[in-house]
Design a protein around this ligand. Structure first.
Ligand code: GLN
Length: 449
């Protein structure tokens, strides 16, 4: 009860950060009372005492869910996502819904219909995105942990910008049921936390087969929170990432320092070449916009969501509702996605990007045959000024270069804070693991931090 009261006051005092879209105050206070009883009786679940915020693209029955879009501004979830059910079954308290980029499309939280989230390290800087609210809520102690979703970096990148931990599990490790789809062959839910222990405990609860998500894996879920004993690791760093044009010199220096530190700790750290780095962003954006143009076709102004008042017939219902309901970035992606899928262009773009995806996957797997992890900076630069990249979408897309590698390949990846810039902005380091080896990533990160 004290924890809930504490977080509620934090949320109120720091409301200018714009991290929360809605706070479930009354409900949380009531739940705390019930869970407190359970703790006394010894019947509480393993997340009792954990106060958690959820990204606003994760359904929680009876609560609003907007995907930070005008399209779903007044929409109420009719069922809960499996991840929400699993949190509640273990007595976590869900304290509210968190701001994000519209339909999780973006890397700065600036595409949200409800405005950007401010970085608690410096309020003029972006939070990162798309799970910007999820990262800042944890960074600013407005909840213990949060759930984000990661399609191309949306857990790891804001975690890096905010100095917290974010893990994207192996694709299919965590159920996507009840999560608003962006690009279905990429989307994964994962925790954002201040400690690796919390990340491990949460992932242990979230992961596992779900009959409602037919691609979810039936592999047994390890007890991540028990942490295996670490042995020296073989780690590859992608040479091209450290020589890439857009890499901020301070980040480069920091990551080179991390490599030296890892060696001193007894790990083998070696450079590898990954010649596809120049193609990852293009492949990612062709495939994800294609998938999203299909996923977002359901918002037609008829079944649910926003409907234009000016509509007079079916055609104008579609056109006006979508024109008025979606923001600029979402429209850009629907158009790009429809284009790459259209007759005459399909083979040149979509089919080709799928082939590139396969090559990238094979190459990464080949590297991981010889190494435990692949290391990269999480982001090419630290958090930037709010508004600075709004006019140049391409520049914004290029900033996803290091995170989309794990997304295209489905591999698990974690971002761990590893220092700050001279200006005091957090820096993150990313470790990509082998499929379903989240346990190793977590154990290693715990000792590394
Ligand atoms: N920035 C990337 C994009 O806009 C990643 C978003 C995400 O992971 N949801 O597609």
């Amino acid at each position: 009860q004290e924890l809930v009261a504490f977080y509620l006051s934090q949320i109120q005092n720091l409301s200018d950060l714009n991290a929360f879209l809605e706070v479930f105050s009354e409900e949380s206070i009531q739940k705390a009372e019930i869970i407190q009883e359970k703790i006394i009786n010894g019947t509480a679940g393993k997340l009792a005492g954990m106060v958690i915020g959820i990204k606003d693209n994760i359904s929680y029955k009876g609560h609003k869910i907007s995907a930070a879009s005008k399209m779903l501004e007044n929409y109420t979830a009719v069922y809960s996502a499996t991840v929400v059910d699993r949190l509640l079954a273990e007595d976590a308290i869900i304290i509210g819904r968190l701001n994000c980029d519209e339909f999780a499309m973006g890397a700065s939280n600036e595409t949200s219909y409800f405005g950007p989230v401010k970085n608690f390290a410096n309020r003029n800087k972006v939070s990162g995105g798309s799970s910007g609210g999820s990262a800042v809520a944890v960074q600013a102690n407005m909840c213990l942990a949060s759930l984000g979703t990661d399609t191309g970096g949306s857990i790891r990148q804001p975690a890096a910008f905010c100095g917290v931990i974010g893990i994207k599990p192996t694709y299919s490790r965590v159920s996507r049921y009840g999560v608003i789809a962006y690009a279905s062959s990429f989307d994964q839910v994962g925790p954002i936390t201040r400690s690796v222990e919390d990340a491990a405990l949460l992932l242990e609860v979230l992961a596992g087969r779900d009959e409602n998500d037919n691609i979810s894996s039936g592999k047994a879920v390890p007890e991540y929170s028990r942490f295996s004993k670490n042995t020296p690791k073989k780690i590859a760093y992608i040479e091209e990432t450290l020589n890439s044009e857009g890499l901020d010199p301070e980040i480069k220096r920091n990551i080179e320092g991390q490599i030296e530190k890892l060696k001193v700790l007894g790990h083998i750290v070696e450079p590898v070449s990954f010649k596809y780095l120049d193609y990852v962003v293009a492949a990612y954006y062709i495939l994800t916009t294609a998938e999203s143009s299909s996923n977002l076709s359901r918002y037609d102004g008829v079944h649910f969501g926003y409907r234009s008042e000016k509509a007079t017939d079916l055609e104008s219902t579609y056109k006006l509702s979508r024109s008025e309901g979606f923001g600029e970035e979402v429209k850009r992606r629907i158009m790009l996605g429809t284009f790459v899928l259209s007759a005459g262009y399909y083979d040149a773009y979509y089919a080709r990007a799928q082939k590139v995806r396969r090559l990238i996957k094979e190459k990464m797997e080949e590297i991981l045959d010889n190494y435990d992890f692949v290391l990269t900076p999480t982001t090419p630069g630290p958090a930037f000024d709010i508004g600075a990249k709004k006019t140049d979408p391409l520049e914004a897309y290029l900033a996803d270069i290091f995170t989309v590698i794990a997304s295209l390949t489905g591999l698990p990846a974690i971002s761990v804070p590893c220092g700050t810039t001279e200006e005091g902005l957090p820096i993150g380091i990313q470790f990509i693991g082998k499929s379903f080896e989240e346990d190793k990533l977590l154990s290693f990160s715990k000792d590394y931090l």
